[in-house]
Write a new protein. Structure first.
Lengths: 268, 261
């Protein structure tokens, strides 16, 4: 067992996967803290699922999958904003409509390609095959996300806790929400390679839900979220390496869920 | 000597703030104050969904440092008037000036406290951080609030909350939370306090502390407080009554006689 573990850390692909996981885990957990505390889990699920048609179309047309995913995510955010601003449509139903439409579009495009196999990596992730170029994209995204979050940290904290007071101070809660959605889209696009379109949302929500159970303030929630994302993800990666049959994406999500259930049972 | 990390952060923060000197959302304030804190002329407010005027032709002036009670039956428009003064509800007609400028969001000289503040119950926040939030409009990008610690400590002391600084705001009583929100307004540097039924959730002790804070001669706030409790009207310099869509002055501050009785 120990030998298997040691040999994992000598494999280049494993170390690359670990680095990608840590970088993605940091941005997903920091954004996830806001998602969970602001009760935006549903919208983040919509954003992560909606990138499917963008990626499929980009692959079919020979463009970069990242750009395709980003455009699809931004279109989804704009669609949600537009539908929910119409009379008689709540944001909740707007998210439901956009999520289903975008995901169905993705499946339709996959059908057009006549080759579903090419897209299994997109649906379920393939962290062990991340390239140096992928790590570059993930690193860039993480740096952008951390910079933006640091820049508007006070304002986002204020708007998340007391929206009316943020509005009175002029901090534009609506604009901050849009910034948050764009950052979620960016981070989701970068993470989709690791755990797949179906499970990316888990990387945002599960570690942060654990963090929210432990932390007494936003900084503590973020700290514990990052720790649970990186720690739980590493555990999942090791399990996937040890028991070869388990896909890495699923194992990472299950690894992240372990701290959640420990804390949940302890707090019960 | 400060540790290298904070030194680096300070350098970075200074460089960024030199590039972008003002926090873009804070509305620029002139230092103009004059005699009047609030001047309202022929104000009318319509609520679209109700398709009717809450009030119209309302005119009054409130001098600087005057403590004003706004009384009237339920649904008479007290909260609407306070929200309009705060810039949260647009006026349909008329003119409002607070320290000589129109009401708009982003003015740190004005603070509004709702009767039931809509705070996110899932967001973990300690009382000290809540009070620190009052300083946000005065900070540049990347700046933390530590250099306002003295101001925060003094506001917490004034409202007798020093022992509760680390307590979660969700574990505070209604009265303690209301005092915390007033401390936040004080730290914000607000000079006009627009208060909607602030006594509603207060026990006797909290009420005494809040009254000391609002009416103490050393605190130079201009207060406009919506209240049901007419028995307290003697404590106020001026009492305005809003009823059936119009407003009348019951009694005025010394030296400022009824202008629009």
């Amino acid at each position: 067992m120990l030998n298997t573990l040691l040999s994992a850390f000598q494999e280049d692909f494993f170390l690359r996967a670990l680095l990608a996981l840590f970088l993605s885990g940091i941005s997903a957990a920091c954004l996830g803290s806001y998602i969970v505390l602001r009760r935006m889990s549903f919208i983040s699920t919509a954003m992560t699922h909606s990138i499917l048609p963008g990626v499929v179309l980009a692959v079919l047309l020979g463009f970069s999958a990242y750009w395709g995913a980003l455009i699809a995510a931004l279109l989804t955010a704009a669609g949600i904003a537009w539908i929910s601003s119409r009379k008689g449509s709540s944001e909740d139903s707007a998210i439901g409509v956009m999520l289903s439409v975008m995901f169905a579009l993705g499946i339709a495009f996959m059908g057009l390609s006549h080759s579903w196999r090419d897209f299994t990596g997109l649906l379920f992730g393939s962290i062990v095959s991340v390239s140096t170029e992928d790590i570059g994209v993930i690193l860039g995204t993480t740096l952008i996300v951390l910079f933006c979050l640091r820049l508007v940290h006070k304002e986002l904290e204020l708007a998340s806790f007391d929206e009316e007071y943020a509005h009175l101070l002029g901090a534009r809660p609506g604009l901050l929400r849009s910034v948050l959605l764009i950052l979620i889209a960016l981070a989701a696009v970068a993470s989709v390679r690791l755990v797949g379109a179906l499970l990316t949302t888990a990387l945002f929500i599960i570690p942060s839900t654990t963090g929210a159970l432990i932390g007494k303030n936003l900084k503590e929630v973020m700290f514990w979220s990052v720790l649970c994302a990186c720690g739980g993800g590493t555990l999942g990666l090791i399990i996937s390496y040890t028991f070869q049959g388990i896909p890495a994406g699923a194992a990472i999500v299950l690894g992240c869920a372990i701290p959640y259930f420990i804390v949940r049972i302890k707090n019960a | 000597m400060s540790p290298p990390k904070s030194h680096l952060r300070k350098l970075f923060s200074e460089a960024f703030n030199n590039l972008f000197p003002a926090v873009p959302y804070a509305a620029p304030e002139t230092n103009e104050s004059g005699d009047w804190a609030v001047e309202v002329k022929n104000l009318a407010v319509h609520i679209k969904s109700q398709n009717s005027a809450v009030f119209s032709g309302v005119s009054f002036e409130i001098p600087v440092h005057c403590r004003t009670a706004l009384i009237g039956p339920n649904g008479s428009g007290k909260s609407t008037l306070l929200k309009t003064l705060a810039g949260l509800i647009p006026q349909s007609a008329g003119e409002i000036k607070l320290f000589g400028s129109m009401p708009r969001i982003g003015r740190s000289r004005i603070a509004y406290l709702a009767q039931s503040p809509q705070l996110n119950p899932d967001f973990p926040l300690q009382l000290k951080r809540l009070v620190q939030m009052g300083t946000y409009a005065h900070h540049g990008w990347f700046e933390e609030c530590h250099h306002a610690d003295e101001k925060v400590a003094s506001a917490l002391k004034l409202l007798e909350l020093e022992d509760l600084v680390d307590r979660s705001v969700h574990n505070l009583s209604g009265g303690q939370l209301q005092r915390g929100l007033l401390a936040r307004a004080a730290v914000q540097g607000a000079e006009i306090l627009l208060l909607d039924e602030p006594y509603a959730a207060l026990d006797t002790k909290s009420r005494e502390i809040v009254e000391n804070f609002l009416f103490h001669k050393d605190n130079s706030f201009t207060v406009i407080m919506a209240t049901h409790e007419t028995a307290d009207s003697q404590k106020f310099d001026r009492v305005l009554e809003i009823r059936d869509g119009s407003l009348k002055t019951i009694h005025a501050c010394a030296g400022h006689k009824n202008h629009h009785a």
